[in-house]
Write a protein that binds this ligand. Structure first.
Ligand code: ASP
Ligand code: MG
Length: 409
């Protein structure tokens, strides 16, 4: 007997037909004698619709009420699935986040889970019930409904899997796993049988959409085994997907595991800032105060030691806000001009094998140069190299790198 958390995303529960299919996938596990907790997203498009309703009232209203509205999509999907399971003579019931409860902090719209009362779930499982729990929603210590941020139901599933000590947290989605690159763009991208937490964390934060970044972090910290599986061609007893696990469990090691490409960044350059202590601190503190996540940073060498240029990237959605912040600090940080560039792509090569293999960076840069692609900014971590290039070259760069690192083999 296995104890499983099965999470289904919005497209997997996007219609009544789909919900019936999901019920069949769940039933298949139950009849094998497994204990099952189901975590669901709202039906596809529903959360967007609710966000728009909220925006129709105003752009900024009480965050607690926003959460009350946008968390409601999950209430519908869990009710419908429990009903579908009952129709198949499977003992199942729905819970709301507050009925468990899933306690979060009160940072509405992107709350973090603080605790989950696992007894509620385990007692139900021991009575032979399938627990159907909404992802994305929780309740604060003040008793208000909270949400975990868009895509947060992945994190709900992992956190629940962790507290009930599930054997696996299965994330059912519309693709059958994690690929070496976006299969919609790179036709010979290959599905990975296994990927390490760290690599998945990098890939998720670099724009691979299969898993919410925070869910991978939670899985890594609690050693929850994650499987990414397709709900569209779920085969009986055959779990062909991607296992996200500890690096030690991966035997066929490659130097590079995946290539990501994202168009979600804006490059900002401050030309002619003073080259003296405190300038960078002032710039990045002002951005941090507004919760803007800066990713890449480069500072040029100053000519003659008086002024220099600082370039950094911020999420595209924060570009306008960042520009305003920069124009607000000109008294303490004077600069000649600001250049905003939205037409950039960030291409990253990810792989734990980089730790022990030299030459990945030079290989990457050679491929780009052979294809006449200019690099604007470079940043690295232990297992990742990212470059900024012209957005029109993104697809070509990804294809060439995918081939060079033999990810199609
Ligand atoms: N329904 C929420 C959203 O669309 C949470 C999720 O699906 O993960 O963001
Ligand atoms: Mg999702």
């Amino acid at each position: 007997m296995l104890r499983l958390v099965m999470k289904f995303g919005g497209t997997s529960v996007g219609s009544v037909e789909r919900i019936n299919e999901v019920a069949n996938i769940v039933k298949n596990e139950v009849v094998q004698g497994n204990e099952v907790v189901v975590v669901l997203s709202a039906m596809a498009g529903e959360t967007d619709r609710l966000v728009n309703l909220a925006k129709g009232i105003s752009d900024s209203f009480t965050p607690a009420e926003y959460d009350t509205v946008v968390s409601s999509g999950e209430q519908i999907s869990v009710g419908l699935l429990s009903a579908a399971l009952n129709n198949m003579d499977i003992n199942a019931r729905s819970y709301m986040g507050w009925q468990i409860p899933i306690i979060t902090n009160a940072n509405h719209k992107s709350s973090r889970i603080e605790s989950i009362r696992s007894e509620t779930i385990i007692n139900s499982l021991q009575k032979g019930l399938v627990c159907v729990i909404p992802g994305f929603q929780g309740v604060s210590n003040e008793g208000r409904i909270t949400t975990l941020g868009r895509g947060g139901s992945d994190t709900s599933a992992v956190a629940i899997a962790s507290v009930i000590e599930a054997d696996y947290c299965d994330i059912y989605t519309d693709v059958d796993g994690v690929y070496t690159s976006d299969p919609n763009k790179i036709s010979n991208a290959k599905r990975l049988d296994k990927v390490s937490y760290e690599e998945m964390l990098e890939m998720a934060s670099l724009g691979a959409k299969v898993l919410q970044t925070r869910s991978v972090e939670t899985a890594m910290n609690n050693e929850v085994l994650l499987r990414v599986l397709s709900s569209f061609d779920a085969k009986e007893n055959l779990k062909e997907g991607t296992l996200v696990c500890d690096e030690d469990k991966i035997t066929d090691k490659r130097v590079v595991t995946g290539i990501t490409s994202s168009l979600n960044d804006t490059k900002i350059t401050l030309v002619g800032v003073r080259d003296k202590p405190g300038v960078a601190a002032e710039i990045f503190m002002s951005l941090a105060d507004s919760n803007i996540n800066v990713d890449m940073i480069v500072q040029n060498i100053s000519e003659g030691g008086s002024t220099t240029d600082i370039t950094f990237t911020v999420p595209k959605v924060d570009a306008d806000k960042s520009e305003k912040i920069m124009s607000g600090i000109t008294e303490s940080v004077p600069y000649e001009r600001i250049i905003i560039d939205n037409k950039i792509a960030k291409i990253s090569v990810v792989g734990v094998g980089m730790r022990s293999n030299a030459g990945v960076a030079s290989g990457m840069f050679n491929v780009l140069s052979d294809n006449g692609i200019n690099i604007n900014v470079i940043s690295t971590s232990e297992i990742k190299i990212s470059v900024l290039i012209d957005e029109n070259k993104a697809e070509k760069a990804t294809k060439m790198l995918h081939k060079f690192f033999e990810l199609d083999k």
